[in-house]
Design a protein around this ligand. Structure first.
Ligand code: SAM
Ligand code: SF4
Length: 332
């Protein structure tokens, strides 16, 4: 079967699946405290999610990332991960991975490894208990630390995702680089993106990564690498720790030209670009056609509409978010 090539010649080899938009945390940059979530009746079942993922794998997608909301709060999500693991065993999939807030990892880490997951991203913005509470509103730092310890024991490789937050973790990122080195974690620092209404002004949280990098360079030797994942991160190696740091600056356009990914929501909407509102409906084709013919046709049409790039901007003159949906709908 043909692989998926978009109108700009980019091969689509990576699918992210937000299995739920719900979460047991309420990170201030991601959600408002009182969120309305998608109605449960609209969700694709785990079998339907497996069917869509499998169609993408048949068309050459070789990396799947399960995300959310918090993916591990979706009931029985481990069944989906177990099913998808068959594509790892068959060699069609190079990587099956997960982005999680880590709160439930202590419970699930060993199963994840058993089902073929080898690397995970865990979001952790601060190592300070009080700050952690104020950023996540409902979280407990100890749960995440316990989850990380169990994930290490299970043999999972771990990358920490930290969102750079002015006034919260700007003074702490040096410590996090050191802590990641001690624990053999890679680190990705992410700029906040204007997605969805939150309870704060995003300008007040926004910390440009140019400043983060300058600060880190005062303490660490950052060596350029040409390591790429087809995503927005640019990586350096910290000479003193040997670990990688990725910088994700989504507001810059420099990564769009080699974008290799699309994103599926838990209600079967396929977003071809994180920073655009256009989506394609994959729920109707799977519910109206028992064969996968209509699904493949819908996927082809969607990839044919993948835009060249995004239109993100955060500035004082644009109070509204660049896209209305929250990051938790597409999972980043
Ligand atoms: N709940 C899981 C977690 O926190 O890892 C998975 C979903 S979360 C939406 C995925 C990533 O998006 C996390 O690393 C989170 O920090 C990041 N994120 C959420 N909202 C963001 C925003 N507005 N700008 C930048 N990153 C954001
Ligand atoms: Fe939940 Fe992840 Fe969003 Fe935090 S960033 S509220 S953990 S989905």
């Amino acid at each position: 079967m043909d692989t998926l090539i978009d109108p700009f010649g980019r091969a689509v080899s990576y699918l992210r699946i937000s299995v739920t938009d719900r979460c047991n945390y309420r990170c201030t940059y991601c959600m408002s405290e009182n969120m309305s979530f998608l109605p449960k009746n609209d969700l694709l079942s785990l079998e339907e999610l497996d069917r869509v993922c499998t169609a993408f794998v048949q068309r050459g997608v070789n990396k799947l990332r399960i995300t959310g909301g918090e993916p591990l709060v979706r009931k029985d999500v481990l069944h989906l991960i177990e099913r998808l693991g068959r594509h790892i065993s068959s060699g069609m999939l190079k990587e099956l991975t997960l982005t999680t807030n880590g709160s439930l990892l202590a419970k699930y880490a060993h199963q994840l490894f058993a089902f073929g997951v080898r690397r995970i991203n865990v979001s952790l913005d601060t190592l300070d208990e009080a700050k952690f509470k104020s950023v996540t509103r409902w979280g407990s730092l100890q749960d995440v630390l316990d989850g990380l310890a169990e994930a290490k024991r299970a043999g999972l490789e771990i990358k920490i995702n930290a969102v750079a937050l002015k006034g919260t973790n700007d003074r702490e990122l040096n410590k996090m680089v050191s802590w990641c080195g001690d624990n053999q974690f890679d680190l990705t620092v992410i700029e906040t993106m204007p997605m969805g209404e939150i309870d704060f002004d995003r300008n007040d949280q926004f910390l440009p990564l140019t400043l983060v990098r300058e600060e880190l360079e005062r303490n660490w030797t950052l060596e350029e690498t040409d390591f790429r994942t087809g995503g927005p991160a640019r990586y350096v190696t910290v000479r003193e720790t040997g670990r990688k740091i990725g910088f994700i600056t989504p507001l810059s356009h420099n990564f769009c030209e080699d974008c290799n990914r699309v994103r599926l929501t838990c209600t079967g909407k396929l977003y071809m670009c994180l920073g655009q509102d256009d989506w394609a409906d994959l729920k109707t084709p799977i519910r109206t056609d028992k064969t996968d013919e209509s699904l493949y046709a819908a996927i082809d049409r969607a990839i044919g509409n993948k835009p060249k790039g995004h239109d993100f901007v955060i500035d004082r003159s644009t109070a509204a978010p660049a896209v209305e949906r929250h990051m938790s709908v597409t999972g980043g």
